[in-house]
Design a protein around this ligand. Sequence first.
Ligand SMILES: Nc1ncnc2c1ncn2[C@@H]1O[C@H](COP(=O)(O)OP(=O)(O)OP(=O)(O)O)[C@@H](O)[C@H]1O
Ligand SMILES: [Mg+2]
Length: 299
Amino acid sequence: MIFSATPARVRVPATSANLGPGFDALGLALALHDEVEARVAGTGLVINVEGEGADEVPTGEAHLVVHAMRRTFDVLDTQPGGLALNCINRIPHGRGLGSSAAAIVAGVLLARALVTDGVERLPDGEALALASEIEGHPDNVAACLIGGLTVAWLADGARAVRRDVDPAVTPVVLIPPFTASTEAARGLLPDSVPHRDAAFTAGRAALLVAALTGTPQALFDATEDRLHQTYRAPVMPQSAQLVAGLRGAGHPAVISGAGPTVLVLARGAAEAQAVLSATPDDWTGLALPVDPVGAQIIS
Ligand SMILES: Nc1ncnc2c1ncn2[C@@H]1O[C@H](COP(=O)(O)OP(=O)(O)OP(=O)(O)O)[C@@H](O)[C@H]1O
Ligand SMILES: [Mg+2]
C-alpha cells in the first residue's frame, strides 16, 4: 500500500441537525469551517490545535480526527506508522453545531486522500456510511459531507439525499457560552410518544423540506416539533426560553442539534437582523449562510 508523500488538507463545515421536526434525519451545512492538514510520518503522533477546543481536546490517539483516520485506514487495510496533524478549529464544541461530525468527516476524508487509491476503494457513499458509524447517527455527517440541506436515513448503512436551500433562507445561530452533553440530552427522550404527536411531527418534517427548498413562507409552521425539544428543555432552560420568546415574536426558532445553540431559519436579511439584535448578553449571534458544497479536500 502506498501513502501520499504530500500532506492532505480538508475544509469541513459546521452543521445544524434536526431543524425542529426532522429529528435524526434533517441536516443543514453552515458556512463556518474547520481546516485540518494531515501528513503521514514514519513514527509518532504530532497534533497541533489552534482555536476552539485547543486546550481541551486530547492530543493522542483519542483525538477525534485521529480516531476517524485510524478507523478509515483500517477499512483501507493499511495503517501508517505515524501521523502529523494541524487543526484550525472554528466550530465551537458541545454546542449543537456538529463539531464532532466535522472532526469525523475530516478524519475520514484525510485518511482516504492519503492512500493513493483511497477514493476508488472508499467511494463517497461508503465514506458517508463509515462517518455515520463512527458518529453514531447520520444527520450531521451527511450535511457536513455533501452540503446544503440533507435528509439522511439508515438502511444497510447511512444514506442521504441533498437539496439546495431557497436563497431567501438566512440561518442565524445564537450560541451560549456553556455546553450541553449530547448523551445527557438523548437520555431525556421517552421510549414512546402519543400517536398524534408522531403524526403531527411527521407532517411538519415533510413541510419543512418543502419550506426550505422553495416555500419559506411556511417556515414558522414547518419548524414545529413534538418529538424532542420539550423533553430536553430541562437540561437547557435558557435555550428553551429563548426559542419560546423568538417563536412568540413569529420567528422560526428551534434548538440546533442536541443544543444548547438556538437556530433561527430567518426569511431574509431583515428578519436575520431582528433575531441578531435579540442575542442574549454573553451569547454569540452569527448569521451563517448555508454552505452549498460541504467538505472539500483543498489541494
Ligand atoms: N475538531 C475537533 N478535534 C477533536 N475533537 C473534537 C473536535 N470537534 C469535536 N471534538 C470532540 O467532540 C466533542 C463534542 O461533541 P458533541 O457531539 O458532544 O457536540 P457537537 O458535535 O459540538 O454538537 P452536536 O453533536 O449537538 O451538533 C468535543 O468535546 C470533543 O471531544
Ligand atoms: Mg456531535
